[in-house]
Write a new protein. Structure first.
Length: 365
């Protein structure tokens, strides 16, 4: 005689069409009074009951029902679509590239509930052969945030990505920062170029490209005022919202004499451009503009910088293929052996500063 299953154990039967054992159990009733039944299937009775127990465990833990097919790719796509509401377009594009190149092709098809920390470790180890440590950290952060979002929506129990560590990636490239001699040569041999003032201010103030492109004449003070030397207020950038990269990046810098001379020439050059452009001129109040007064994009700066940089390499008889130079690296070079003085944060006493004077985070604007 077949032994009858205990009350509450559910049912277990053979499905001829699917050629599987099916284990079922009623977990409750919905608002319409209809039974909610959970099922588990397998080639054997034991496998079917095991699947059913997993379903019941997830139900008791409060996880969403019926999402056995939810994959890592689904979680990442959901995060990219709805989890980046406060990020700028450039940041969203960067994250999409990271996910589309390093996460979805390698882990996208894996069921999120079955993903293990060991698999994430193996994935990071493979990526470490071709990516730098900083890029590995960003890629892992994308996956971590996607899984964390899925966990907050009861689609997975825990975030196994948080249990992993970022391995050491591939060694970075050689630094392209300028040497003191190169700084002297660049400042001297690019004097006739239109971008010379930008180069001088970038090298001698350490301003970021995004900060100099947003610099306005109202924030440039070429004459000393009271106890304040000539200075420039680096308070804005071209980032979304106009703020600088960090709070300490909002700073006021004393200008060396060479920067003052260059900015005076820039003001005269801009006046000549205004007359030459006529009705095409667009008044923006920016220090560095195109020939018709519009703001300079990052591509404009990179393109215009190649001209003096190539001329510098040719004039110094450097052999071989001309080396590309990243304009952002003009912020970094050793000044000990350089004959040009560089800007510094003004550090006078608080009583001698004007109300808007700052040295970093003390700025209130």
């Amino acid at each position: 005689m077949t032994k009858r299953r205990a009350y509450g154990d559910g049912g277990l039967y053979w499905n001829e069409r699917r050629q599987r054992w099916i284990a079922t159990v009623t977990v409750g009733y919905d608002g319409r009074g209809k039974r909610m039944v959970k099922t588990g299937s397998g080639r054997t009775k034991t496998e079917a009951k095991q699947k059913l127990r997993e379903q019941l465990r997830d139900h008791e833990d409060g996880l969403a029902l019926g999402r056995d097919d939810y994959t890592v790719g689904h979680a990442v796509e959901d995060w990219l679509a709805y989890g980046l509401g406060r990020q700028g377009p450039a940041t969203i594009t960067k994250y999409r590239i990271f996910c589309g190149k390093h996460i979805i092709p390698l882990l996208g098809a894996r069921k999120l509930r079955d993903l293990t920390a060991r698999e994430v470790d193996a994935w990071l180890f493979e990526l470490s052969k071709s990516l730098s440590t900083a890029t590995l950290q960003r890629v892992r952060s994308c996956l971590n945030r996607a899984v964390k979002r899925a966990m907050a929506r009861d689609l997975v129990k825990r975030n196994v990505v948080e249990l992993t560590e970022v391995p050491t990636g591939r060694a970075g490239r050689r630094s392209k920062s300028l040497t003191p001699k190169q700084v002297d040569d660049v400042l001297t041999k690019t004097a006739t170029d239109r971008l010379h003032t930008y180069i001088v201010v970038s090298l001698l103030t350490g301003g970021r490209t995004e900060e100099l492109r947003a610099l306005r004449w109202e924030h440039v003070h070429l004459e000393a005022g009271g106890s304040l030397p000539p200075h420039v207020e680096v308070w804005r950038s071209v980032r979304v919202g106009g703020d600088t990269k960090t709070k300490r990046s909002r700073r006021t810098l004393a200008l060396p004499e060479r920067c003052i001379e260059a900015l005076c020439r820039q003001r005269a050059q801009q006046a000549a451009d205004r007359l030459s452009a006529g009705e095409r001129w667009r008044e923006t109040g920016l220090v560095f503009t195109t020939s018709v007064g519009t703001k300079m994009l990052a591509g404009n700066v990179r393109r215009d910088f190649r001209r003096p940089w190539l001329w510098y390499q040719v004039s110094t008889h450097r052999s071989g293929r001309p080396e590309n130079y990243d304009t952002r690296l003009s912020r970094y070079f050793p000044m000990q052996a350089c004959r040009w003085s560089r800007s510094r944060n003004w550090s006078d006493t608080a009583a001698q500063r004007s109300p808007n004077w700052c040295t970093g985070t003390s700025c209130g604007r």
